[in-house]
Design a protein around this ligand. Sequence first.
Ligand code: GLA
Length: 389
Amino acid sequence: MKEHLQQEFSKTYNKPATSTYFSPGRVNLIGEHIDYNGGLVMPCAITFGTYLLVAPNNDNVFRFKSVNFTDTAEIPLQPNYTKQGTEWYNYPIGVIAYFMQHDKELQGLDMLYYGDIPIGSGLSSSASIEIVTAFALNDLFNCGFSKLELVKLSKWVENSFIGLNSGIMDQFSVAFGEKNKALMLNCDTLEYEAVNSNLNGYVLAIINTNKPRKLAESKYNERVQECSTALTSLKQELDINYLCDIDTQTFNKYSHLITDEVVLKRATHVIQENDRVKLAARALSSNDLQEFGRLMYASHDSLRDKYEVSGVELDAVVEYAKTDTSVAGARMTGAGFGGCAIALVKGDQFDNFSEAVTAYYTHKIGYAPSVYKSLIGDGVRELSPLVKL
Ligand code: GLA
């Protein structure tokens, strides 16, 4: 499809696009449900993402069309915007709303989106569309936001315009991603290091459970709330801003302050997962993929049992992976409640793995997953020359 986007644009708007932008999706190697707790995460940008073709218009309107959805919209340039139901174009509208609230001078635009990230699969299609829009507006209208400001404003869109209390990991990784690198990001200070993700002969497999993520938003916000309750309890005796300000050892000394059993399980996951990321970083830098894989499995178990954001579909993928000797480790990735799992698979065994996990999953769940061999790609950018996608 991406080769035909120029044609599609001309067909829709009777003129060629003047610029094309791309923002990737992301996978998170380890460090799940950590970002809003001020800890360490290890995401990387992938080569799937969102394409945006634009041309200015003189009509003072934003026209939205997506190859992936049937609904289109034409929205006037105005000082304030509100969310419109659950339409896909709320994400770009939220971005425009932020620019307008900050007195940026925008002009009408005709826009065509196309995403090759499976939507709602936990690969950050929403951060991808936010960042590609923010990057394009900033570039086209010389708004002067830094890349980090684009990340923060896109998080604002997610939190305050859309209503999901997510952390900063997704927007950060799709903006700052680098080819063949994983980002070790400290979500408190926003300091990061791009670490070589030399997988030593292994490749990253992405397994989409193809399970629609019902209730994901309300359950996600519930987990955020539970962590905040845990933090309030710990603050009775500890001077901390985030759960991840303490390690497992300190947590064990003070965990009695958390009286609610469910909240205690959630906090235990967060603090142990943050410690696992530190170990995983060490394993990756010493090329110890077996240890990295062991930590991935431990992360999955904790997300299943303590954080309770997995499900039979994601568990089935990991269950299979544990029986396959070509796999170093596997886990769910992203928010959970369906979506995708990842696995580190020996490169020359990828096809066998793909067939076998598909057979296992289909037998157990009743429908097939989609399996991709992922390439770790660069972050948001303008694509040029225009027509060469
Ligand atoms: C979603 C959120 C992120 C992060 C992950 C879980 O992708 O958008 O901020 O919290 O879930 O790690």
